[in-house]
Design a protein around this ligand. Structure first.
Ligand SMILES: Nc1nc2c(ncn2[C@@H]2O[C@H](COP(=O)(O)OP(=O)(O)OP(=O)(O)O)[C@@H](O)[C@H]2O)c(=O)[nH]1
Ligand SMILES: [Mg+2]
Length: 467
């Protein structure tokens, strides 16, 4: 989607979702917004002129013929105190497809152009009202699926990452000052920039960049959901547990070990945290080619997961297969929720023996069959997620999305190279300055100062029309 269009056009779109609803909104932005609105709006009382930041009650009429289209509330907001920093008109009419479509048609016939996806937000960005990370946050808020994801997006809208990047760039500019003064005004040996301070400054900047890159990984579960792998021996009751957690029969359950071969992924919302549950093949020596693929996939998912739900069958003794799984799980170093399944039938596996072997102090006794113990186990999952987060880092999460991370990695590589070259041989000061400037320009892409047009197009084209 190419958005290289005149930002002075007056644009209009339906800003509410299609389908039946109580109200719907047609939004207009641009220099012609007010004249267009005045042409098609007849207030119930008072003068026809619109006053900024006031809501008027009246009707939308077709100026050709005078037909009344709908009863509406009309809001006019004069530039620059608006989302796009242009004049904006919002017409709230009855929801549903027809009133919205007819009002939009009228507005377009008066000379407005239909807005492209994200064009209102792009105007907010182009006018300098928000930076690119904030535009992306608007998109994230629209698409947020969990409370935590929404919180992260709101943090980004407040400019959390922008502040970090501004600090980083200030630091690099601070390093540039003595270097450029030396290049421009002096060739004297004693005026040389302090090498030690420059190196230390570069290291400091690199440490910040590494911290921001790590923040991307940390925020991932909150943006895209916590990947929880249900792991255990064949026949332990993994699929039964998946079904129990989802409260529906999603996966096939049979008494035959090796029933599940594919990975089954389903979303579950636990206390506002989106969990992506993955049921998979039991980890054991595969008996055939299908199972072999299943076990390979299961190991892959285990490696990618944020949380491991380890299902053990309490009605059977521990064996070598269990121990191999314990080792595989422990090797991952991820939060584990151990569960002892099948508590509705006589036990064989003693909890104390299990704790002795694994060190996992509180296995949750459950029955996937009857539902016993499931609520406690769910609370345990949320706790494990929160505890896992607290272990990773103190303080607030900084919202760093994939695009930001890739830009940060490029800036890191440039700074890394400067450090390496300075250590190996004398990197001339003028080249050092050029490279630091390059890193600064790369970092500018995050907030949108130096972002290539195609990247902007990709970002804004992900929006819905009317946003
Ligand atoms: N009594 C009892 N039986 C259970 C419980 N959970 C599962 N089962 C039984 O154990 C057998 C295996 O259950 P599944 O859920 O298919 O086990 P799985 O771990 O997914 O097995 P694979 O897909 O073969 O690896 C079935 O016969 C289930 O009915 C439970 O809590 N109590
Ligand atoms: Mg199964």
């Amino acid at each position: 989607m190419v958005l290289r269009v005149d930002p002075q056009d007056t644009i209009a779109a339906i800003a509410t979702p299609y389908g039946e609803s109580g109200i719907g909104i047609v939004r207009i932005s641009g220099p012609e917004a007010a004249p267009i609105a005045e042409n098609i709006f007849r207030p119930r009382r008072g003068a026809p002129q619109l006053c900024s930041h006031q809501i008027r009650y009246g009707e939308v009429i077709d100026p050709k013929g005078g037909e009344t289209i709908d009863e509406v509330l009309l809001t006019f907001m004069a530039a620059p105190r608006t989302y796009t920093r242009q004049d904006i008109v919002e017409i709230s009419c009855h929801g549903g497809f027809w009133p919205l479509k007819r009002i939009l048609e009228l507005v377009l016939r008066q000379g407005a152009r239909e807005a492209l996806p994200g064009e209102f937000t792009k105007r907010a960005f182009l006018s300098g009202r928000i930076d690119l990370t904030q535009a992306e946050a608007v998109l994230d808020i629209i698409q947020a699926r969990t409370d935590e994801g929404l919180r992260l997006a709101e943090e980004q809208l407040r400019g959390g990452l922008t502040k970090e990047i501004a600090g980083l760039r200030e630091r690099l500019v601070g390093l540039l000052v003595p270097i450029e003064a030396f290049i421009d005004f002096s060739e004297e040996e004693e005026d040389k920039p302090p090498l030690g301070a420059v190196t230390a400054g570069l290291r400091g900047a690199l440490a910040t960049i590494e911290r921001l890159i790590a923040a991307h990984e940390e925020g991932e579960p909150y943006r895209d959901g916590v990947r929880a792998a249900i792991v255990g021996k064949a026949n332990a009751g993994k699929s039964s547990l998946l079904n129990r957690l989802l409260e529906r029969e999603r996966a096939i359950v049979t008494a035959i070990p090796g029933t599940t071969t594919d990975v089954i992924e389903e979303a579950l919302n636990l206390s506002g945290v989106l969990i992506r549950l993955m049921d998979m093949a039991g980890l054991r020596e595969p008996r055939n080619e299908v199972e072999q693929e299943g076990v390979r996939l299961a190991r892959e998912r285990l490696a990618e997961s944020h949380l491991i739900i380890l299902v053990m069958d309490r009605s059977r003794p521990l064996d070598e297969e269990d121990r191999a799984i314990f080792r595989a799980v422990a090797a991952r170093g991820k939060p584990v929720v151990p569960v002892l399944n099948k508590v509705d039938i006589p036990p064989y596996l003693a909890e104390t023996a299990l704790i002795r072997e694994t060190g996992w102090s509180h296995p949750y006794p459950i029955s996937a069959l009857t539902g016993e113990g499931i609520e406690e186990m769910k609370r345990g999952m949320v706790q494990a997620i929160i505890a896992g987060r607290l272990k990773q880092g103190e303080g607030e999460l900084i919202p760093v999305n994939l695009r930001h991370k890739l830009v940060l990695e490029r800036a890191r590589d440039v700074l890394d190279k400067i450090l390496v070259n300075r250590q190996q041989e004398e990197l001339p000061w003028d080249l050092t300055a050029i490279e630091i400037r390059r890193a600064l320009a790369i970092l500018g892409e995050i907030v949108g100062e130096t972002t290539p047009e195609e990247v902007l197009d990709t970002i804004f084209s992900q929006f819905c029309i009317g946003k």
